[in-house]
Design a protein around this ligand. Structure first.
Ligand code: PLP
Length: 406
């Protein structure tokens, strides 16, 4: 293979996919069950009718993409606002990474303190300020070269652990600009998080820290629409992406009234521009996706039921056969953890899985041989196109290989 591409995943052994349809992806004539669905973006599956119809209609009207202010972005913004009434203003971006980058810019414009708090196990994309990982003493270690200038500007707190998070926050509270969190972590999806999120909200309010909810995965994948809605939290800044773009690239920042008032009162000029930000085509497809979701409430319920079915069937089997693995789930977000111990946070998960890298790789290779694509980062996303037939096949093969290896 021509190895000119440096992006993640493009190595000599990479499978180069050619096509996607419903819950399958294809390469070299092979058909695989897709457990990724474009990293969780394709809620309705590959080549779904919302995406296809809206683009076809649009292009057939001799229409095209344009970056200047357009009716599609305005229409879309109104629908997003309906779903998130706490958004005073919206910023359109092209990806989650861009949304995180610009959200931090807003946070630093409105709050003069310098430190970012990140929550161990949360992922916020390819952003230099957050590309750190806590070691076992919670010391931030860079996970990329070229980001050295951001050292010393980020600290970590443990996920879903009020006493230990509070201890760390207390030590730094006068220096903390913002706290960014993936409120339900796709790396360890559970729903026992409400009191932790409420603690963070009141702590941030009391200490003038901007609370940033990264709902790039959970937004519109959650029955209530978002995690903040489920737990009645009003973060200063919210990030959305993935599902919202309906299959086209997107990122959205929503700021609440308190941030907006600061921007206005101090006449702050934050730069938000970009060629494809608020472009007409992503806005159109995003709008049609939200509208469809809104008028078909059963869709998400059925998807969550499918995910629950898979989790229950596999966990029942794993318990019965004393296999060292469990399926974790938050609504439509699934993950297999390769340990039967109760795992509460990401560092603990990494510790328990550390010595199992070879077995986990064998697990992935086996599934691939059986024509199942299990994404390298372990995040499993079904879509509304995922059939029970595919789930039965997935169950059969995960049971065989997990029992054999774990
Ligand atoms: C929670 C979360 N935040 C941010 C990002 C970055 O988004 P993107 O890959 O669109 O840049 C991701 C991507 O997986 C994500 O899962």
């Amino acid at each position: 293979m021509d190895d000119i591409i440096l992006n993640g995943g493009y190595n000599k052994k990479a499978i180069l996919f050619e096509k996607g349809f419903k819950d399958k992806i294809y390469y070299k004539g092979k058909e695989l069950i897709d457990l990724s669905h474009c990293s969780g973006s394709l809620l309705f599956g590959h080549n779904n009718s919302i995406l296809v119809k809206s683009l076809k209609n649009y292009l057939n009207k001799k229409n095209s993409i344009f970056s200047h202010p357009n009716i599609y972005a305005v229409k879309f913004s109104k629908l997003i606002k309906k779903k998130f009434p706490n958004f005073k203003k919206i910023v359109f971006c092209n990806s989650g990474t861009e949304a995180v980058t610009k959200a931090l810019r807003i946070s630093f414009a409105t709050n003069k303190k310098k430190l970012i708090v990140s929550v161990a196990g949360s992922w916020h994309g390819s952003v230099s300020k957050t590309l750190f990982y806590p070691d076992k003493n919670f010391k931030p270690k860079p996970i990329s070269s070229g980001i050295e200038e951001n050292k010393g500007k980020i600290i970590f707190i443990p996920y879903n652990d009020i006493p230990n998070s509070k201890k760390i926050l207390e030590r730094f509270k006068n220096k903390i600009n913002c706290l960014i969190i993936e409120p339900v972590q796709a790396g360890l999806p559970t729903d026992t998080i409400g009191s932790y999120l409420n603690f963070l909200q009141s702590y941030c309010k009391k200490n003038k820290i901007n609370l940033i909810f990264d709902e790039i995965i959970t937004g519109f994948r959650t029955l209530e629409g978002s995690v903040q809605k489920k737990y009645k939290i009003n973060p200063e800044i919210t990030l959305l992406g993935k599902v919202l773009g309906g299959g086209l690239p997107i990122g959205v920042i929503g700021i609440n009234n308190s941030i907006y008032k600061k921007l206005k009162k101090n006449k702050l000029k934050v730069f938000f521009g970009g060629t494809f930000s608020a472009n007409s085509m992503s806005s159109l497809v995003g709008y049609e996706t939200l509208k469809y979701l809104d008028s078909n409430k059963e869709i998400l319920k059925n998807l969550v039921a499918k995910c629950h079915y898979f989790q229950k069937k596999l966990n029942d089997f794993l318990i019965l056969h004393n296999v060292d693995a469990r399926v974790y789930r938050f609504q439509s977000i699934l993950r297999i953890i390769f340990s039967k111990k109760n795992v509460f946070n990401r560092p603990q998960r990494d510790f328990l899985e550390k010595k199992k890298t070879k077995k986990i790789n064998d697990f992935k290779k086996y599934l691939l041989k059986k024509n199942i694509f299990y994404p390298n980062n372990g995040l499993i996303f079904f879509s509304t196109a995922t059939s029970y037939k595919s789930i039965q096949k997935l169950l059969k093969h995960t049971q065989i290989i997990l029992k054999k290896k774990f």
